[in-house]
Design a protein around this ligand. Sequence first.
Ligand SMILES: Cc1ncc(COP(=O)(O)O)c(C=O)c1O
Length: 408
Amino acid sequence: MRRLLKSAREYNRGMRRVYLDNNATTPVLPEVFEAMRPYFVEHFGNASSIHRHGQETRAAVERARESVAALLGCRSAEVVFTSGGTEADNLAVFGLVRPGDHVITSTIEHHAVLNSCKHLREGGVEVTFVPVDGRCLVDPDDVRRAIRPNTKLVSVIMANNETGVLQPVAEIGRVCGEADVYFHTDAVQAAGKVPIRVKEIGCDLLSISGHKFHAPQGVGALYVRKGTTLEPRAFGGSHERSRRAGTENVPGIVGLGKAAEIALKGFESGADREMARLRDRLESAVLEQVEAAGVNGADSNGGSASRVPNTTNIYFDYIEGEALIISLDLKGLAVSTGAACSSGAIEPSHVLTAMGLRPDRARASIRFSLGKQNTTEDVECALQLVPTAVARLRELSPLYNKESAVRS
Ligand SMILES: Cc1ncc(COP(=O)(O)O)c(C=O)c1O
């Protein structure tokens, strides 16, 4: 207890803090905040008003729509602003599917899709959950085989939030196109991290969320391919071409547009490759220094599935992930066990168990996720903390035996 209190004091005494939990949320970039600032006070108009104040904010919303469309490779009229990824996912799923329809999704979806599909099932919709292999990959042939005459929608995540593994969405898109089935992909963890071209994916619907790529929390968007008839979820005014009623969150939308522009420029300047270099340095040095550890999302030969550049999910056998998170947090490093909403839950991650991990290994897994603000120094700082923290927890573990760890 005394040690804990001492650590808490250090925490409050301005110790260096490193944030490697960017898949939970990212800090708003200063340029994004500057772009948003005038829309809180100076340009406060309702974007639906016809006077000057409304025209100013309408123009800002439409400029942001163009920036988001450029990020996704679609027309601006195909972008519907929402309150975030969860609402975009819900609009996609509930906007299309009716009782009697069949839906195909995967076992590694975010709860925004998973629980939407479970809710649909209670309302008379049949749902097939296709599995993933040990690398966290859906097989497009499984999707093909699952399609039935009444299949209305396939929803498969683009980049998994826990492992960062990128799904073969273009192949799944082709399968759906051939079968004339709607295809939605939750690209919340992919947008801003890897280039997205909706036409190449062949999707009809695609969700993004601002706070995963340095825009604020509480704003997102759904790409809706031209000609897709979507029932709205909220009824009210005719905002967003009657697909999402409610006064627009103008500052948030402006922030989303700015973050989209920054992300696009980053692909041109190689910022994504630099981030992958930092992630790879972190991952390989952790694996070198810590025995009985490995990457979730790599196959048994050590080959990795393709991932977004900022994420690595590593298991540290013989420890509890929650204990490691608390111990690292007290030393100034913020990481996570996976989905932010499931942190604190005793249940092992549904994603890692779907990949075939034993429950104890799933519980011993930690997600490190980088953002644009992270530096080489941050990674080196994390590398000073992680091996020591793991070693200390293992010393306390009755299950840990150095010799068996080396063999495993
Ligand atoms: C893959 C994925 N989809 C959807 C969401 C939900 O997005 P939001 O937090 O904007 O509602 C998240 C958030 O963690 C996510 O990682």
